[in-house]
Write a protein that binds this ligand. Structure first.
Ligand SMILES: *Cc1c(COP(=O)(O)O)cnc(C)c1O
Length: 221
């Protein structure tokens, strides 16, 4: 398939239908699940097509790339940071994003609290859990998640809205989604960002409230 023939708006509609079907199969209302369109590294014409089709929630994994792309056309959109965040980019991230899904260490939590305070802005925050305990991957270890959550609340005064996970590519995703849901449940967290192009239907079965879909909408990066 050549670039000019790829139709992101049609692919978006297919993904939306699959989300609705997965909700129905899981006995959940379609309104339970929100689609984040992951626009990282995608050419602007594809992103524009998806915007024209009405999509307003976008996920990006790099602060600088996201700022360059979105800062001047920010209005009416929800922007979600889904990639690891360095503390020296926290200020810029707070300025641009509505949601940061990748809070995963005390220093980052502290700096985000400071930057939100300075900016007079409250972002929705998720803790990323490294369910596969992969050394190269960001996220707090599952067995440290409860204590980290308490620390975010008590030491830094943060409200944590939910959890996010990225299962290891070589694993069946279901146990990772189940573990993330279990940690969220026992901590009273309502939001779960899990599921990507290959596995969002499974994630919905396990309680995802936000799915992050890139290539199934925009084509391969
Ligand atoms: C890139 C990315 C996605 C989207 O992945 P696809 O397989 O293209 O849907 C979702 N979540 C995170 C954290 C990502 O970095």
């Amino acid at each position: 398939m050549t670039d000019t023939l790829y139709e992101p708006a049609a692919a978006l509609a297919v993904v939306q239908t699959r989300i609705r079907k997965a909700c129905a199969a899981a006995g959940r209302p379609a309104s339970d699940v929100t689609l984040t369109a992951v626009s990282k590294q995608q050419p602007w014409d594809r992103v524009a097509a998806v915007l024209d089709a009405g999509q307003r929630i976008f996920g990006e994994n790099r602060v600088q790339e996201a700022t360059e792309r979105w800062a001047q056309r920010r209005q009416g959109l929800e922007l979600r940071l889904i990639g690891p965040l360095q503390t020296n980019k926290a200020k810029e991230a707070v300025a641009l994003f509505d949601v940061i899904e990748t809070v995963d260490r005390p220093k980052l939590a502290r700096v985000l609290a400071e930057e939100m305070d300075k900016a007079g802005k409250t972002l929705r925050l998720y803790i990323q859990v490294n369910t596969g305990e992969e050394p190269q991957k960001a996220g707090i270890a599952p067995q440290e998640a409860d204590a980290f959550l308490v620390r975010c609340r008590e030491a830094y005064g943060l409200t944590i809205s939910g959890l996010m996970c990225i299962p290891p590519v070589e694993d069946a995703p279901a146990p990772h989604f189940a573990l993330t849901a279990k940690i969220a449940n026992r901590n009273g967290l309502k939001l779960l960002s899990m599921g990507m192009s290959a596995d969002f239907a499974v994630a919905i079965q396990f309680g995802a409230t936000h799915v992050r879909v890139g290539s199934a909408i925009f084509g391969t990066r």
